[in-house]
Ligand binder design. Structure first.
Ligand code: SAH
Length: 415
């Protein structure tokens, strides 16, 4: 509770409240305020009354007061006239325009949640919209913070973000890994740089008692998949006794290394040589070894089957196959094929870990892909555990896109 009170103390100050009067208005068309009023943070360009408030009059990242057609105040937002999502709400408090102290407040509230959830400083500190900081992700690697900015509105706040992170977390470094594809939608350049302190070559993560390092530049996301941590924690103990484990799309060995540490012989498949090199380094650092296979996952699964290899556990944790809704059909077919190829390598009684981070694939659709793959092989599938993204990736209930990860642990036997 003390942290919450502390956070309240950081609400915007009087000077900002006065400045709020000067904030320009962004007017919505008739009835277009419903989604925002219901809690969503996004305003699409076609919802703006551009006759009254032309988007082109705003610079990318400008702060506006969003008002309905009937002049109801809906919140303060930042604008990007060049993006389909024309504005994102930052706060709903009348009279307090967003500024540096709002950022500090939001970060304190975000940190309080993570400190409640975790004993050690390895987690996602800010999960964008779900922490009311649209367009900003911050992952914590001990005293190094890696931030990713996806929008022009957040890019405009960069210096304030550095100052706020410094104030709230007191990190040794704040790194901007601004290299995601989403930046193109906002006409933002891609770069990796240190905003505070020095740029580290590698990041350190401690998960379930093991220590990993992961590359910064060239790495996936900010460097580590914290979103899967809760699933690893839940599923890995249920694999005890497994002799042979196959970790497909292994990246730097977040699943494979702990499985090896628990005594299994582990093979990791990934198409990235750098990822496998890091996986080997992580294995060695934890006193174990891996067999690594650098190949396309589908081809590797076929080759292993042709070579009559069997694994007690096969883990498939692929990148999103469905990035846009229009890819759904092809993507679902890919999930089905992948799961079928994975199940083919299981003995008469084996375990499949099947994951999808595609928001456009419903949990039921992933289960369906697993089930269909199993039926095709004449296997019987029992779901014995399931999970979603870890709690440091909270879901914003009004924004379905914030709920994206699903994972199933299945026992697969012969029918
Ligand atoms: N399981 C990991 C995360 C996987 S990220 C974890 O929990 O940390 C996805 C990985 O798949 C990346 O390392 C990427 O290099 C790899 N990858 C992408 N497409 C691939 C393909 N077609 N075949 C094999 N690996 C692939």
């Amino acid at each position: 509770m003390s942290q919450e009170h502390d956070a309240d103390a950081e609400l915007p100050e009087v000077a900002e409240a006065e400045a709020a009067a000067d904030v320009p208005v962004l007017r919505l068309k008739r009835h277009e305020e419903r989604r925002v009023a219901a809690g969503h943070l996004w305003i699409f360009s076609n919802e703006v009354d551009t006759a009254a408030t032309p988007l082109t009059a705003f610079s990318a990242g400008a702060i506006v007061a969003v008002r309905s057609n009937r002049d109801r105040f809906l919140g303060y937002a930042y604008v990007n006239p060049h993006s389909l999502i024309a504005a994102r709400i930052l706060s709903r408090q009348t009279g307090f325009a967003p500024g540096p102290s709002l950022l500090v407040h939001r970060l304190r509230v975000a940190l309080a949640l993570r400190e409640r959830l975790y004993d050690a400083p390895y987690y996602r500190l800010v999960h964008g919209e779900s922490d009311l900081l649209p367009g900003l992700v911050v992952d914590r690697y001990g005293d190094v913070l890696v931030a990713q900015i996806a929008t022009a509105g957040m890019e405009a706040q960069k210096e304030a973000i550095i100052a706020a992170l410094d104030k709230v977390v007191k990190p040794s470094a704040v790194v901007f890994k601004n290299d995601s594809g989403a930046r193109e939608l906002e006409a933002l350049p891609k770069y990796v740089e240190a905003g505070l302190g020095a740029l580290p070559a590698r990041l350190t993560v401690v998960e379930a008692g093991l220590t990993f390092t992961t590359p910064l530049e060239g790495g996936q996301k900010t460097g580590w998949f914290y979103d899967q941590a809760a699933n690893r924690r839940q599923f890995l103990p249920l694999m005890k006794g497994a002799k042979r484990v196959l970790d497909v799309f292994s990246y730097v060995g977040a699943w494979g290394v702990p499985a090896a540490h628990a005594g299994a012989e582990v093979s990791c498949v990934d198409s990235s040589a750098a990822a496998l090199e890091a996986a080997n380094r992580n294995a060695a650092a934890n006193g174990v070894q891996l067999r690594t296979i650098k190949a396309d996952a589908f081809a590797a699964l076929e080759d292993l089957h042709a070579a009559r290899e069997k694994f007690d556990v096969v883990i498939v944790d692929p990148p999103a196959f469905i990035k846009r809704r229009k890819d759904a059909g092809k993507g679902e077919a890919a999930y089905k094929r992948l799961n079928q190829l994975a199940m083919q390598l299981l003995p008469r009684d084996g375990l499949l870990v099947s994951c999808s981070c595609s928001y456009h694939l419903e949990p039921g659709a992933l289960l369906d892909a697993i089930q269909k793959g199993g039926r095709h092989l004449g296997r019987f599938v029992q779901v014995i555990a399931s999970g979603g993204q870890a709690p440091d990736h909270p879901v914003h209930p009004a924004i379905p896109e914030t709920r994206y990860l699903k994972a199933f642990l299945c026992r697969v036997t012969h029918d």
